[in-house]
Every structure is written in structure tokens, then in C-alpha cells.
Design a binder for this molecule. Structure first.
Ligand code: SAM
Length: 314
């Protein structure tokens, strides 16, 4: 397969390179913003511009925030903090924290960057490394969303908004009800750039209003399976049904379609490399091992097996 074949199969991957975004996910936030006016809202109503991008690497959502917010306010007013476990190439006007969103120290560092003030907007496109075991992946994604909600309760100002990736799996009703405890409005949205074949969607949570006397606490994941309840059977007033919205202009490209390389007759197709290749990606070690023929095979005990065993014991 040629290097342009991904450009054919994934129109948003190709457009991201053409428009200078670090990842195709940029279009997801752009389309959510088009529908919900998230960045306009924080500028107009909250009058300040403190935004946090959780799980930010390689940084396309931070690019969107920077472009949208800096386009509106003066650059001194705009503060954007990006957090990720992985290192991220620098982005002008974005402060980076290489850290874990499940840690209180990360929340404290964010607040320090805002000089004691709270954030107006928190976004999170967090995804764990997928295992391919759907139930496990859904569960870990739910935990990551709850960790994002937890850290958000430490840093978001009342009235602020929270946007996060969610998997519409079997715990989704419980997740909605937990989000509804903290926000007056919760909507589930699916941007056109998110593939239909994926259970990925985004929750747009507006108007942060935590319960009175709620004390933010990092140590308690809210999703607690010890209650032993079938959460999707929550009934009566406990049943939370959130609106679902497909967003992105109907004329927008369809992420599930394959497009010809020549999109229109006026512009010749040209292959472009990715805008910003990841720095220190987690697969770097695997590439190194493969290149040096150190990967496991039947004759030699595996370096990877050792790694896998120690990972399993974590
Ligand atoms: N929104 C990003 C963009 O537009 O460039 C893409 C984010 S990528 C899909 C998911 C990211 O979540 C990964 O970079 C991963 O390192 C990060 N992540 C996963 N768990 C995390 C955690 N506990 N703390 C911080 N980052 C985490």
C-alpha cells in the first residue's frame, strides 16, 4: 500500500495535514464548537479565557483552543494548559504539563499556572491504550472520563463547561447520571469526523454547578461497581436520558467514506507528511526492538514477554 492510501481512506487525516493540525481529532472539537459555541461562550459570558486540555498529546485540541481563544481575546488574557502523560512538542501560547490527570498534584499545577484562578473550560479527549477487549476498553475509558471529571471538579469555575470523550458502552447511563450531578446540562454529541463505526462520542457538559458543600476528591472514582446494580436499569427519576446530537455540517466530509485523491479539479493532490510526528511515542521501544531484531521469536526468550509480565503485575 502506498503512503497516500491512508489519505484516501481517512479524509480527516488528510485534511488535518493540509490545514496544519497535529491530529485528525482537531475536527471533532471544531465540529463540537460549531454546534455548541463552547469557545464563544467562555469569551462572551465568563469574560476570561482559561482553558485546560486534558490528555492533550500530540496537541491538536490545544491548537484549536489556541486558535479560537486567541482569535478573540488579547494574548495576556488567554491561558491554555495542556496535560498529558506523554511529552508533546511545544505549542506557542500553550503551557504544558507532562503528568497524570488522576493525580492531585496535576490539579494543583494547573491552578498554579492560572495564578490561583479557576478554568472556564476543560476539555478531555483522553483514551487509554486499547486492548481490543471491548468490555475492558469501555471500562478503562469510563474510568478515564471519571478521572477527568474528578480533576475538573478541582479546577473548573462554577458556570464553566466540560467536554469529554465517552464510549457509549453499557455503563453510559451511569456516566450520564454522574455528570448530571455536576452540570445542569449534559448532551451527548457525535461529530461527523468521528467514525460511525466507533462507539466514541463526546459529552458536552454545560454550567458547572456542583452539589452544595461538595468537596473535590481525587481518591474516589465515582463509578463504583461495588453497588452491584444494573445501572442501565435505573428507573423513574433515577433514569437519566441525555439528548443526543449528531453535529458537523451535513455538507462536511463523511469520516466513513473513502474519497478520491483528487478532491476537485482545481487542486492537484500532493502527499503531505504529518504536521507534527509524535515525540517519544510509546511504540518507539517496539520499533527499536524490531529494528535490532530483539523482538520475541520462538527461539529466544522474549524481551517483550518480560515487559508484558511486569506490566501485568502492576
Ligand atoms: N486530543 C489529542 C489531540 O487532539 O492531539 C489526542 C489525544 S489522544 C487520543 C489520547 C491521549 O490521552 C494520549 O496522548 C494519552 O497519553 C493520554 N492519556 C491517557 N491516559 C492519561 C492520563 N491518565 N493522564 C494524562 N494523559 C493521559
Amino acid at each position: 500500500m502506498g503512503r497516500s492510501s491512508k489519505d484516501k481512506r481517512d479524509i480527516y487525516y488528510r485534511l488535518a495535514k493540509e490545514e496544519g493540525w497535529r491530529a485528525r481529532s482537531a475536527f471533532k472539537l471544531l465540529q463540537l464548537d460549531e454546534e455548541f459555541r463552547i469557545t464563544l461562550y467562555i469569551f462572551k459570558l465568563l469574560k476570561s479565557h482559561h482553558a485546560v486540555d486534558l490528555c492533550a498529546a500530540p496537541g491538536s485540541w490545544s491548537q484549536v483552543l489556541s486558535r479560537k481563544l486567541r482569535g478573540k481575546g488579547s494574548s495576556e488574557e488567554v491561558k491554555i494548559v495542556a496535560v498529558d502523560l506523554q511529552a508533546m512538542a511545544p505549542l506557542p501560547g500553550v503551557t504544558q504539563i507532562q503528568g497524570d490527570i488522576t493525580k492531585i498534584s496535576t490539579a494543583q499545577e494547573i491552578i498554579r499556572h492560572f495564578e490561583g484562578q479557576s478554568a472556564d473550560l476543560v476539555v478531555c479527549d483522553g483514551a487509554p491504550d486499547v486492548t481490543g477487549l471491548h468490555d475492558v476498553d469501555e471500562y478503562i475509558q469510563a474510568q478515564l472520563l471519571l478521572a477527568a471529571l474528578n480533576i475538573t471538579t478541582h479546577v473548573l469555575k462554577p458556570g464553566g463547561n466540560f467536554v469529554a470523550k465517552i464510549f457509549r458502552g453499557k455503563d453510559v447511563t451511569l456516566l450520564y447520571s454522574q455528570l448530571k450531578i455536576f452540570f445542569t446540562s449534559v448532551t451527548c454529541a457525535k461529530p461527523r469526523s468521528s467514525r460511525n463505526s466507533s462507539i466514541e462520542a463526546f459529552v458536552v457538559c454545560q454550567n458547572y454547578s456542583p452539589p452544595e458543600e461538595y468537596v473535590p476528591n481525587m481518591s474516589n472514582p465515582l463509578l463504583d461497581h461495588s453497588y452491584d446494580v444494573d445501572f442501565n436499569q435505573l428507573e423513574g427519576p433515577n433514569r437519566i436520558i441525555v439528548p443526543f446530537l449528531a453535529c458537523g455540517d451535513l455538507s462536511a466530509f463523511d469520516s466513513d467514506r473513502t474519497y478520491p485523491l483528487q478532491l476537485d479539479s482545481s487542486k492537484e493532490y500532493q502527499y503531505l507528511p504529518p504536521t507534527q510526528p509524535p515525540i517519544q511515542p510509546p511504540y518507539q521501544q517496539a520499533c527499536h526492538l524490531r529494528k535490532n531484531k530483539l523482538l520475541a521469536n520462538e527461539d529466544s526468550p522474549s524481551v517483550f514477554l518480560d515487559g508484558a509480565l511486569s506490566a501485568m503485575s502492576l
